[in-house]
Design a protein around this ligand. Structure first.
Ligand SMILES: [Zn+2]
Length: 182
Protein backbone atom coordinates (compact mmCIF):
# COMPACT_ATOMS: atom_id res chain seq x y z
CA UNK A 1 0.00 0.00 0.00
CA UNK A 2 1.41 3.34 -1.01
CA UNK A 3 1.48 6.24 1.40
CA UNK A 4 0.61 9.15 -0.83
CA UNK A 5 2.56 11.82 1.03
CA UNK A 6 5.80 9.87 1.12
CA UNK A 7 5.67 9.20 -2.59
CA UNK A 8 4.75 12.75 -3.44
CA UNK A 9 7.76 14.03 -1.55
CA UNK A 10 10.18 11.82 -3.51
CA UNK A 11 12.41 13.89 -5.81
CA UNK A 12 12.48 11.01 -8.33
CA UNK A 13 8.69 10.88 -8.67
CA UNK A 14 8.71 14.66 -9.09
CA UNK A 15 11.42 14.27 -11.75
CA UNK A 16 9.12 11.88 -13.62
CA UNK A 17 6.26 14.37 -13.22
CA UNK A 18 8.38 17.14 -14.75
CA UNK A 19 9.69 14.78 -17.44
CA UNK A 20 6.07 14.22 -18.52
CA UNK A 21 5.57 17.96 -18.99
CA UNK A 22 8.89 18.25 -20.83
CA UNK A 23 8.05 15.36 -23.19
CA UNK A 24 4.94 17.18 -24.44
CA UNK A 25 6.95 20.38 -24.93
CA UNK A 26 9.42 18.38 -27.02
CA UNK A 27 6.78 16.53 -29.06
CA UNK A 28 4.99 19.75 -30.02
CA UNK A 29 8.02 22.09 -30.13
CA UNK A 30 6.38 24.11 -27.36
CA UNK A 31 9.10 26.45 -26.04
CA UNK A 32 10.53 26.14 -22.57
CA UNK A 33 13.77 27.30 -21.02
CA UNK A 34 14.63 24.74 -18.39
CA UNK A 35 13.28 22.28 -15.85
CA UNK A 36 14.22 21.75 -12.24
CA UNK A 37 13.35 19.85 -9.09
CA UNK A 38 14.46 20.45 -5.52
CA UNK A 39 15.25 17.91 -2.82
CA UNK A 40 11.99 18.90 -1.21
CA UNK A 41 10.21 17.60 -4.28
CA UNK A 42 9.10 20.96 -5.61
CA UNK A 43 8.70 21.13 -9.34
CA UNK A 44 8.98 23.56 -12.17
CA UNK A 45 9.24 23.93 -15.91
CA UNK A 46 10.19 27.48 -16.85
CA UNK A 47 8.47 28.90 -19.87
CA UNK A 48 9.57 31.35 -22.50
CA UNK A 49 5.98 31.50 -23.70
CA UNK A 50 2.92 33.00 -22.02
CA UNK A 51 0.34 30.53 -20.75
CA UNK A 52 -2.54 30.20 -23.22
CA UNK A 53 -5.72 32.02 -22.31
CA UNK A 54 -9.34 31.15 -23.15
CA UNK A 55 -9.06 33.31 -26.31
CA UNK A 56 -5.84 31.65 -27.53
CA UNK A 57 -5.98 29.54 -30.71
CA UNK A 58 -7.50 26.10 -30.14
CA UNK A 59 -4.30 24.26 -31.05
CA UNK A 60 -2.35 26.23 -28.42
CA UNK A 61 -4.97 25.43 -25.79
CA UNK A 62 -5.00 21.73 -26.69
CA UNK A 63 -1.22 21.42 -26.54
CA UNK A 64 -1.14 23.26 -23.24
CA UNK A 65 -3.94 21.04 -21.91
CA UNK A 66 -1.76 18.07 -22.87
CA UNK A 67 1.21 19.64 -21.05
CA UNK A 68 -0.98 20.06 -17.94
CA UNK A 69 -2.06 16.39 -18.06
CA UNK A 70 1.35 14.89 -18.76
CA UNK A 71 2.90 15.56 -15.33
CA UNK A 72 0.32 13.53 -13.46
CA UNK A 73 0.29 10.80 -16.14
CA UNK A 74 4.07 10.30 -16.09
CA UNK A 75 4.26 10.42 -12.30
CA UNK A 76 1.46 7.84 -11.95
CA UNK A 77 3.10 5.54 -14.51
CA UNK A 78 6.37 5.77 -12.55
CA UNK A 79 4.65 5.08 -9.21
CA UNK A 80 2.37 2.27 -10.33
CA UNK A 81 4.62 0.73 -13.01
CA UNK A 82 3.54 -2.22 -15.10
CA UNK A 83 0.30 -2.64 -13.15
CA UNK A 84 -0.97 0.82 -13.99
CA UNK A 85 -4.16 0.61 -16.08
CA UNK A 86 -3.94 3.30 -18.75
CA UNK A 87 -7.30 4.78 -17.78
CA UNK A 88 -6.04 5.42 -14.24
CA UNK A 89 -2.99 7.43 -15.31
CA UNK A 90 -3.47 11.05 -14.32
CA UNK A 91 -6.72 10.28 -12.49
CA UNK A 92 -5.63 12.59 -9.69
CA UNK A 93 -5.90 15.48 -12.13
CA UNK A 94 -9.62 14.79 -12.53
CA UNK A 95 -10.05 15.03 -8.78
CA UNK A 96 -8.03 18.26 -8.96
CA UNK A 97 -6.75 18.10 -5.42
CA UNK A 98 -3.51 18.39 -3.50
CA UNK A 99 -0.18 18.06 -5.25
CA UNK A 100 -1.60 18.26 -8.74
CA UNK A 101 -3.80 21.25 -7.92
CA UNK A 102 -1.84 23.74 -9.99
CA UNK A 103 -1.94 21.62 -13.15
CA UNK A 104 -5.66 21.02 -12.67
CA UNK A 105 -6.23 24.75 -12.16
CA UNK A 106 -4.26 25.62 -15.31
CA UNK A 107 -6.30 23.10 -17.26
CA UNK A 108 -9.56 24.62 -15.99
CA UNK A 109 -8.38 28.12 -16.92
CA UNK A 110 -8.26 27.04 -20.58
CA UNK A 111 -12.07 26.68 -20.48
CA UNK A 112 -12.16 23.75 -22.84
CA UNK A 113 -15.61 22.11 -23.13
CA UNK A 114 -16.66 20.08 -20.07
CA UNK A 115 -15.73 16.44 -20.45
CA UNK A 116 -12.65 16.96 -22.61
CA UNK A 117 -10.22 16.34 -19.73
CA UNK A 118 -10.80 12.57 -19.74
CA UNK A 119 -10.18 12.40 -23.51
CA UNK A 120 -7.08 14.58 -23.39
CA UNK A 121 -5.76 12.48 -20.49
CA UNK A 122 -6.18 9.34 -22.60
CA UNK A 123 -4.29 10.82 -25.56
CA UNK A 124 -1.61 12.13 -23.18
CA UNK A 125 -1.29 8.64 -21.67
CA UNK A 126 -0.73 7.22 -25.17
CA UNK A 127 1.97 9.79 -25.89
CA UNK A 128 3.69 9.19 -22.55
CA UNK A 129 3.53 5.38 -22.87
CA UNK A 130 4.72 5.38 -26.50
CA UNK A 131 7.70 7.50 -25.41
CA UNK A 132 8.37 5.97 -22.01
CA UNK A 133 12.07 5.45 -22.68
CA UNK A 134 12.40 9.17 -23.44
CA UNK A 135 10.43 10.09 -20.30
CA UNK A 136 12.65 7.83 -18.18
CA UNK A 137 15.83 9.31 -19.65
CA UNK A 138 14.59 12.85 -19.09
CA UNK A 139 13.55 12.02 -15.51
CA UNK A 140 16.97 10.53 -14.76
CA UNK A 141 18.88 13.58 -15.94
CA UNK A 142 16.51 15.88 -14.01
CA UNK A 143 16.92 13.77 -10.89
CA UNK A 144 20.73 13.69 -11.22
CA UNK A 145 21.32 17.33 -12.13
CA UNK A 146 18.25 18.91 -10.42
CA UNK A 147 18.31 21.66 -13.04
CA UNK A 148 18.53 20.98 -16.79
CA UNK A 149 18.25 23.46 -19.67
CA UNK A 150 16.18 22.62 -22.74
CA UNK A 151 19.29 22.35 -24.98
CA UNK A 152 20.57 19.45 -22.86
CA UNK A 153 17.18 17.72 -23.08
CA UNK A 154 17.24 18.10 -26.90
CA UNK A 155 20.71 16.48 -26.97
CA UNK A 156 19.53 13.63 -24.77
CA UNK A 157 16.49 12.99 -26.97
CA UNK A 158 18.66 12.86 -30.10
CA UNK A 159 20.21 9.74 -28.55
CA UNK A 160 16.89 8.22 -27.46
CA UNK A 161 14.19 6.40 -29.41
CA UNK A 162 11.60 9.11 -29.52
CA UNK A 163 8.38 9.16 -31.52
CA UNK A 164 7.92 12.76 -32.56
CA UNK A 165 4.61 12.14 -34.32
CA UNK A 166 3.41 15.69 -33.85
CA UNK A 167 0.77 15.79 -36.59
CA UNK A 168 -0.94 12.56 -35.57
CA UNK A 169 -1.06 13.52 -31.89
CA UNK A 170 -2.30 17.03 -32.67
CA UNK A 171 -5.03 15.66 -34.94
CA UNK A 172 -6.26 13.40 -32.14
CA UNK A 173 -6.44 16.41 -29.81
CA UNK A 174 -8.31 18.47 -32.42
CA UNK A 175 -10.74 15.59 -32.97
CA UNK A 176 -11.59 15.64 -29.24
CA UNK A 177 -12.54 19.30 -29.46
CA UNK A 178 -14.61 18.65 -32.62
CA UNK A 179 -16.46 15.79 -30.90
CA UNK A 180 -17.45 18.26 -28.17
CA UNK A 181 -18.63 20.79 -30.76
CA UNK A 182 -15.51 22.98 -30.59
ZN1 LIG B 1 3.00 19.68 -12.97
Amino acid sequence: MFIQNDINSSPLSTAFHEAGHVLIHEIFDWPYIDVSVTEAGKEGVNYSYPDPKPNSPDTDKLIYACVCCAGAVAEDKFKFGHDAPKENLGASLIAGYGYFGSDATKFQELRLPAGTLENILEITADIVLENWEAVSNIAQIINEQKHVCSEDIHKLLNETSFRKDTEQYLQRLIDVLKSFGG
